[in-house]
Design a protein around this ligand. Structure first.
Ligand code: MV4
Length: 454
């Protein structure tokens, strides 16, 4: 096992990793930007090094600065958390070349799954269902028209280097397809330095279901059930839960088997997530992407399985064998995570950075709070707006919701605006309470709200 690791991240996830290390007897090194001098991850780590200015490109994305910090402090490994360098195959390679263990999958795993078209082809070969569409990158409008004709409209154009909703275009006819193809390619080149796009049948109002997997370096892979991440706005998830109210035991078993098959096919190592689109109208499930990192929403899986994913990730990276057997994993009760962002939900979710003057944190039975905020903390404007993850765990979904309502009502942050009022409203929404939602739910819910105000 490692004796010292560096955490190449900030905020709640940096704290989460420090906590796991503390319990494992691993010393920690925090890195921080000039804007994060007064952050808790700096205070909680055994050592801390400033790696640059506030802008991420000068600090948390600054590979030479992070590698230098790792060498100065003589760490054996780096945990990248999520975002920043977590899915940068080049960074994973540089770590290896400096004899520092990257706590995550192999550079090959990251590179392959970062190419969404390659991931699609690989998973199809593995026998996973993929959304009808392209078999290769679309070279010209003739190929685009031919593909659309074979699958019928509506279709969606996606960037091969995209993911997470960036650079997508929905098309309803030949005319918009041809014009969108050009703009999608130009946009993909500008955003990702890669103009490659492909086409899929557009699934209307799907659910986003993902399976958590865990793999060691010796080919032992387990799956830890699903998370339902359909409650999102503009590709930013707002709430995640496990188990999904839309998945029955038969589908759950199939999803788990598909995830393991996919992970085995790419010889996956570490924690990872296989995302699926669930077409509820036609009862079809399709592989969508694989995320080669620990995700923001990992706590809901931890709560229902009792497995500490960060610790397992660190153990796997250090070369330990995974001790968990598939048949020992049980989903106990239900867990929900609400993402508390410093955003004004009444004002189009506008970011609301600034100083926290008053803070009341929720607690009590069934409540877990992953956060880096404290009274007097100043939320910097330079990074994402996530300030806390409120997770509740009950014997079933209804109880987890009741606990969430109670915990949200205890949670008070002022004067900055947060998404707490949004979640309080969501917890009373009849469709949410029934579990009857899709990826369009938030958009529809807010639209309905507007109409009522008219
Ligand atoms: C889709 C889709 C419908 N049909 N692909 C958005 C994020 C990226 N990972 C893929 N996304 C989608 N791909 C087909 N063929 C709808 C979405 C989508 C979505 C997916 C998951 C969660 C939220 C979403 C919100 C809007 C669109």
């Amino acid at each position: 096992m490692f004796s010292k690791i560096l955490i190449a991240n900030r905020g709640e996830i940096a704290l989460r990793i420090i906590r796991a290390c503390r319990e494992m007897g691993i010393r920690t090194v925090a890195v921080y930007s000039e804007a994060d001098r007064n952050s808790l991850h700096v205070r909680f780590a055994d050592e801390a090094i400033c790696i640059g200015q506030a802008a991420s490109s000068n600090s948390y994305l600054n590979i030479p600065a992070i590698i230098s910090a790792a060498e100065i402090t003589d760490v054996e490994a780096i945990h990248p958390g999520y975002g920043f360098l977590a899915e940068n195959p080049h960074f994973a390679e540089i770590c290896a070349s400096c004899q520092i263990t990257f706590i995550g999958p192999t550079p090959e795993n990251i590179r392959l799954m970062g190419d969404k078209m390659a991931a699609r082809t690989t998973m199809q070969k593995a026998g996973l269902p993929i959304v009808p569409g392209s078999t290769a990158i679309i070279k010209n409008k003739e190929e685009a028209l031919k593909t659309a004709k074979s699958i019928s409209y509506p279709v969606i154009i996606k960037a091969a280097a995209g993911g997470g909703g960036k650079g997508m275009r929905i098309c309803h006819n030949d005319l918009t397809l041809v014009s969108s193809l050009m703009t999608a390619q130009t946009e993909a080149e500008a955003s990702f330095g890669n103009p490659n796009v492909y086409i899929e049948k557009y699934i209307e109002k799907p659910r986003h279901i993902e399976i958590q997997i865990l793999a060691d370096q010796y080919g032992h892979i387990v799956q830890l059930g699903e998370r339902d991440c359909s409650i999102q706005r503009r590709h930013q998830k707002l709430l995640e839960e496990s188990p999904s109210p839309a998945v029955d035991n038969k589908l759950r078993k199939r999803l788990g088997e598909m995830a393991i098959k996919g992970a085995k096919t790419v010889s996956y190592v570490s924690a990872g997530t296989i995302e699926f689109l669930f077409d509820q109208q036609r009862n079809n499930i399709y592989f969508m992407e694989m995320n080669t990192r620990i995700q923001v929403e990992h706590p809901v899986t931890e709560m229902v399985t009792g497995i500490d994913l960060i610790k397992e990730q660190i153990r796997a990276a250090s070369g330990e064998k995974l001790k968990i057997q598939q048949d020992s994993i049980q989903i106990r009760g239900a867990a929900i995570e609400c993402r508390i962002n410093a955003e004004d939900f009444e004002n189009n979710f506008m970011p609301s950075p600034g100083k926290i003057e008053t803070l009341n944190l929720p607690g009590g039975p069934g409540v877990r709070l992953d956060t880096h905020i404290y009274p007097g903390y100043e939320i910097p404007p330079y990074y994402d707006s996530l300030v806390a993850k409120l997770i509740t765990h009950g014997k079933n979904r209804q109880e987890a919701i009741k606990i969430m309502q109670r915990a949200l009502s205890e949670f008070f942050i002022a004067p900055i605006k947060t998404t707490i009022p949004f979640h309080l409203k969501l917890m009373e929404n009849p469709l949410f309470l029934k579990g009857d939602v899709s990826t369009h739910f938030v958009q529809d819910m807010l639209k309905t709200g507007e109409k009522e105000e008219e």
